[in-house]
Design a protein. Structure first.
Length: 517
């Protein structure tokens, strides 16, 4: 049943919980915490200060912070200033940060004093960027701590229309250029009302331990907005640490633990020598971001006696499309049933007609949770959104009971531990090496991460280029999760007559195709 009370504006939710549970801790991290009452006050302060310092309604503001309470306060304050939040990974490289600042046209950025030199360096190439707000010691910008603690001359604008774009979430595309997905508070909280509330039972009684990176749509939906919507309490881990996660879950304080499949694999590995380990009061674990192997699901539940619910989601649908329920039958290895109120179809990529149960086709989605489009990319938007349906590019099949299983991708994205990697993005970076004539990236299976990138390189004749040179170059220009696991030197990259890479031929060098029985 849709929990419509969870769908409201951010200021309305803040004021509701400040009145009903003001002294309750809303979010905390390793060094600080904030109650619902203080959260309402501090975000009002910062929203007014943003307006005082020139942030206009509709402006874009970057959040370039590590996981923290300050991240949460920044996110809500930007919304209360009627601006649009642009989350950026705190581990992003210089070129990745610059691209997002330029593409979104950010007029302000909230970051740490440690990143102040980088932001100062980028300002010349990001002309819209006028305002820098810094946590910690603020020598080269305004002090976040002062602004969030001091009422502005302006009142928070507190937008009431929650259908307008509120976030630009960047996700890798098959072209290698990140696309900014436009999402609203309504589309995001519709997931809270249709999935996290009724299916996962998330409520004000829960205490969530979240290791998820907040710039990701999965975390923004569940670990940021849905905590606020339900009035729950959350501890935010700055980074995922398996030893810290085990210690904290053993304490009995936490009731829900969301993650990606890789995290649950590491959890099993780290606790294999403690067969009697108990996780008191943990009632539910949630996995999304990548396909959950059925064996991992079964082993986790058998070991700890805690339900591990797998779901499938994508940024363009404000995350969740399907989810397994904690009650009733489940099909292990599937990603569950479509969430209530959402329409899904599986169609033939060739004909556009619906396929039969058990047949593979492209998954398309329709519902209130769809993005409004890609920022400044009308052609890509028109291609993805057709007659009200979002075409995911993912291949799936459904059994007769409606359980969906993701079987592959029409797109060439590599999903490494829940993180999307576009092969072309790596290829573009490697092409900058002078001795590289050609290169291509393919995804290969990995026991723990699901899939990892492998790089094939054609080097200039007589070149002394070696693996280490290529990998060092990649580490300088790409986020760590995008760096290839291996480098393979070949004589040529197989291509079609039109120049498209025949990736399957390269993949077969490392992963021979299964022989027909």
């Amino acid at each position: 049943m849709l929990q419509t009370k969870l769908i409201a504006s951010i200021p309305d939710l803040l004021n509701r919980h400040a009145g009903e549970r003001g002294s309750k801790v809303a979010y905390r991290d390793a060094s600080t915490s904030v109650t619902y009452s203080d959260l309402a006050k501090r975000t009002a302060n910062l929203a007014g200060q943003l307006a005082d310092h020139g942030v206009a309604a509709g402006d874009t503001v970057a959040i370039f912070l590590p996981n923290s309470v300050a991240w949460i306060e920044s996110c809500f304050s930007i919304n209360r200033a009627s601006a649009v939040g642009v989350p950026i990974s705190y581990d992003a490289t210089e070129s990745e940060v610059l691209y997002r600042l330029q593409d979104a046209g950010c007029s302000a950025i909230i970051t740490t004093s440690d990143r102040a030199p980088l932001v100062a360096k980028l300002k010349n190439d990001a002309p819209a960027l006028k305002l820098t707000i810094l946590t910690g010691e603020a020598k080269d910008g305004l002090s976040f701590d002062r602004l969030v603690s001091t009422p502005g001359k302006s009142a928070p604008r507190d937008p009431s229309d929650i259908t307008n774009p509120a976030f630009i979430i960047y996700t890798s595309g098959t072209t290698g250029r990140a696309k900014g997905v436009l999402l609203s508070v309504h589309s995001m909280l519709w997931i809270a009302a249709s999935c996290w509330g009724p299916i996962s039972g998330l409520s004000e009684k829960d205490v969530v331990l979240s290791p998820l990176p907040l710039f990701h749509s999965y975390a923004l939906n569940l670990s940021v907005l849905s905590i606020l919507a339900t009035g729950a309490t959350e501890f935010i881990m700055e980074k995922f640490s398996i030893s810290d996660a085990v210690k904290m879950l053993k304490s009995g304080e936490y009731t829900i633990f969301p993650g990606v499949p890789t995290m649950f694999h590491y959890f099993l590995e780290a606790t294999k020598d403690d067969p009697g380990l108990k996780l008191p009061n943990l009632r539910l674990s949630i996995s999304a971001g990548a396909i959950m192997p059925a064996t991992l699901n079964r082993e986790f539940e058998a070991r700890f006696g805690v339900k591990l619910l797998d779901g499938y989601g994508i940024t363009e649908t404000s995350t969740m499309v399907t989810m397994n329920w904690p009650v009733g039958e489940r099909v292990m290895g599937s990603c569950g049933l479509p969430i209530p109120g959402l329409a899904v179809r599986i169609i033939s990529p060739a004909t556009g007609e619906d396929v039969s149960f058990g047949e593979e086709g492209e998954l398309i989605v329709r519902g209130p949770n769809l993005m409004s489009g890609y920022h400044n990319k009308p052609q890509e938007t028109a291609s993805a959104l057709r007659k009200g349906w979002y075409h995911t590019g993912d291949l799936a099949r459904s059994d007769a009971d409606g359980f969906l299983t993701i079987t592959g991708r029409l797109k060439e994205l590599i999903i490494r531990g829940g993180q999307n990697i576009a092969p072309a993005e790596i290829e573009e970076a490697v092409n900058l090496i002078g001795d590289v004539v050609d290169n291509a990236v393919v995804g290969i299976p990995h026991e723990h991460l699901g899939e990892v990138p492998a790089l094939f390189v054609v080097k200039r004749e007589g070149s002394s280029l070696v693996d280490k040179d290529v990998l060092d170059h990649c580490r300088e220009r790409l986020s760590s999760y995008k760096v290839p696991l291996s480098v393979h030197f070949v004589k040529e990259i197989p291509r079609t007559g039109s120049g498209k890479i025949l990736r399957f031929k390269l993949r077969e060098i490392l992963v021979p195709p299964a022989k027909a029985s």
